[in-house]
Design a protein around this ligand. Structure first.
Ligand code: MG
Length: 382
């Protein structure tokens, strides 16, 4: 039985060549919290999560000081037990946010370690519903200086020409008139049959404003409106869900099954975007997806196709992987050694053991942060 020998963490800080904007934030660089869990039989499991612009160090300390010590010396197959013990450590320090992201990365690494030990791709280790490919939607449509509605429409149409039957664009930064031009150009370019998702990234503060935009969007038949309000504003999510025919989707920055229970029972959403790197790892993702299924709801996980491809392949009510076509905006691709392939709107399931990739050591040499007083990019608990 594999015993955990050490837990390591490295923060990679990957700059964006061109800063990018959406409704509520500008992004100049992205930090990623990368973890490795090594077992005494020589296997190594990998996990990761996003640490926004500059919060990597917070997550690194959560791994080295809070959660990692709970894992060393334990049997890696005891995932439910380890999850509970890590969660107990998180109780006072962060049942959501940074600590839960660190817990998520470690939980993913445990599943990866066990799948590699079993010599199975993670999707098969989890119990696959399909073995070859899963549906994806192409995600982008960010705001950039000089990006006209025509340029946005060409970007979306390019995804369709590559075989995607669903695409997503950002909304909520411009005036209603400006947004009307953007969505009209995109719908015209992609045609009536392609699903068009809209991501507002918490843009609106009140229902009247949200409705003003939604009344403008509705004639273009969007498939969902994502994160219309602050994630804590469940009341307005529920009001909007009652007031528009467009599906309200949310959940990408929520953690823990109890919060998702609130989202569902309060009518705040009918489509969950649970993110395994945020919500509490693969263990918690599966609990949340099962609960959603009991309410007749589906899950389309947020971003991070390298882990979610496995979860969509092994979760009965998961529908789409969110596919980032390149590394211009979401640049996690730069720190791993192998990329998932898209084919005619689907993603091909990795056939290698575990997640199917390793961290690229040369990239980590470039992007790995050495904090003052540290000797190395990797901090290890053993
Ligand atoms: Mg989003």
């Amino acid at each position: 039985m594999p015993t955990i020998e050490s837990v390591s963490v490295c923060i990679a800080r990957v700059p964006l060549a061109k800063p990018v904007t959406f409704a509520t934030r500008e992004v100049k660089a992205r930090e990623y919290c990368l973890v490795r869990v090594r077992s005494t039989d020589g296997q190594e499991g990998l996990g990761y999560c996003y640490a926004v612009n500059s919060a990597g160090r917070l997550l690194s300390v959560a791994v080295t000081d809070l959660l990692g010590p709970k894992l060393v010396g334990q049997e890696s197959l005891r995932i439910e037990g380890l999850w509970s013990e890590m969660y107990q450590e998180a109780l006072l320090m962060g049942r959501a946010g940074g600590v839960m992201r660190a817990l998520s990365a470690l939980d993913i690494a445990l599943w990866d370690l066990n799948a590699r030990s079993a010599n199975l791709p993670l999707n098969q280790y989890l119990g696959a519903k399909t073995l070859e490919r899963v549906p994806a939607y192409a995600s982008g449509g960010y705001y950039l200086p000089g990006k006209t509605p025509d340029k946005l429409a060409r970007e979306m149409a390019q995804h369709v020409s590559e075989g995607f039957r669903a695409v997503k664009m950002k909304v909520g930064l411009e005036s209603v008139a400006g947004e009307r031009k953007r969505i009209a150009a995109v719908r015209e370019a992609i045609g009536p049959d392609v699903r068009l998702m809209l991501d507002a990234n918490n843009a609106w503060r009140d229902l009247p404003t949200a409705l003003e935009y939604m009344r403008c969007f509705e004639p273009y038949n969007p498939f969902w409106i994502e994160e219309p309000f602050s994630p804590d504003d469940l009341d307005n999510h529920a009001r909007l869900a009652r007031a528009t025919p467009v599906t309200v989707a949310t959940g990408e920055i929520e953690a823990g099954r109890w919060r998702f229970k609130d989202l569902i029972t309060q009518g705040a959403t009918t489509l969950l975007q649970t993110d395994a790197t945020v919500c509490g790892g693969i263990t918690e993702f599966r609990r949340i997806a099962a609960m959603a299924d009991c309410h007749g709801l589906t899950v389309a996980p947020h971003a991070w196709h390298d882990v979610h491809v496995h979860l969509v392949a092994s979760t009965p009510n998961a529908t789409y992987v969110e596919w980032m076509p390149d590394d211009h905006i979401v640049n996690f691709r730069r720190v791993i050694d192998r990329q998932i392939e898209a084919d005619k709107g689907d993603l091909l399931l990795p056939k290698r053991p575990g997640l199917g990739f390793r961290f690229d050591e040369a990239a980590l040499h470039e992007y790995g942060v050495v904090y003052p007083g540290a000797k190395d990019r990797w901090q290890t608990v053993q």
